[in-house]
Ligand binder design. Sequence first.
Ligand code: HAM
Length: 420
Amino acid sequence: MIFKAPAGMKDILPEEAFLWQNLEEKARKVFTLYGYLPIRTPEVEYSSLFNRSLGQETEVVKKQMFLIQREEETYCLRPEATAAVVRAYIENGLDKTNQFSKLYYLGAMFRAERPQKGRFRQFHHIGVEALGAASPYLDAEVIALAIRLLDEFGISGYQLKLNSLGCRDDRKRLSDILRERLAPKREGLCPDCRDRFNRNIFRVLDCKNEGCKDIVCGLKLECADYLCQGCLKHFAEVKERLDNLGLGYSLCGTLVRGLDYYTGCVFEISHCGLGAQDALGAGGRYDNLIQELGGPNLGAVGFALGVERLLLAAEGHKAQGTRHKIKVFVVTLGEEARKKGFELLDKLRRGGVSCDMDYENKSLKGQMRRANDLGAGWTAIIGDDEIKKGMIALKDMQAGSQAEISLDNFVEEVKRMPGD
Ligand code: HAM
């Protein structure tokens, strides 16, 4: 029997893993620049957390949760991190000790979707949550940070779409408008959307069915039709801050996001090179969620970028992982030399020198080839003669030149050589 990774989940082999590391390192640097601190939450949560925060009628909760039933409890593999970070914020009392917290995370998320290009069942988020403040400056900071990340990753050709869903009352007004405008077109909606019309009308706007998309396009939604004065002002401030930072965006009245917790300003960043799954990332404000999960009434805003899609979008933009090369490859000739070489390897590593040796009984030629493949700057060649003389031959792989050095000084000499 040949075992395979589960559908929609993939192995990331070293060549590609270098690209991931590169992306993650860049992301951590940018998060630090913006004053965000790392947080890690479990990959498994009680499923009730997501039922409550994402909404019972969302696709994610209805169809995509990986559920685990164990001893009377229902857990799930986290489909996203926002609800988990809010839970952690409240559970650990950050709302009391550090009311305003700027947090970032990188990690795996799980949704049982139909796999296709850019859509996986295990995928990865790079995201932030700024919890405990309602300032429009923070919305602008979070959006600017998402864009900065894309720039840092060398991705261009993306589009930033903005909308505002407003506060609870505004959302209610928006849902009334949607009901009124969709009612005459109800028969043209897909069966799922006819159901959504009654249960959660916002979800009609996320439907991927072509007929539904056409109907939604014709709705001509304007946020001025349903936003209160306060929310209009907040949204205008966000836009002004983005204008001042020189960040371009387009307004999109039908952008409501597929999760129920959003309020106020929401955004999505899409990329035309990605095909059907064109969202590189998305986020927005969720001012009711902290309170809904048992915390104080405090605002919050955040976003998540999908790593797999970032890498797809970066493909055309010379994304490069830094493949780490070793400094020294220790070539051993004979059993005694192998023992000595193994000890030297340990001394080199303790001295902070990256190195490796042969474990496959390769010939001298085979070992030199392996040294080359590993990008070694130097090979240290040791055989019975060298051991007797207390010397070792060190070859510069670039120049081809070779010198003999004393085994006693070997580690110190190698540390001084260029090529770390
Ligand atoms: P989301 O829009 O569900 O938002 O996911 C964010 C991004 O994750 C998407 O734009 C996409 O790039 C990527 N993504 C989502 N599902 C998949 C999948 N099946 N395969 C590959 N990539 C995927 C959230 O999850 C919110 N928690 C974002 C947020 C943070 N809002 C506020 N704070």
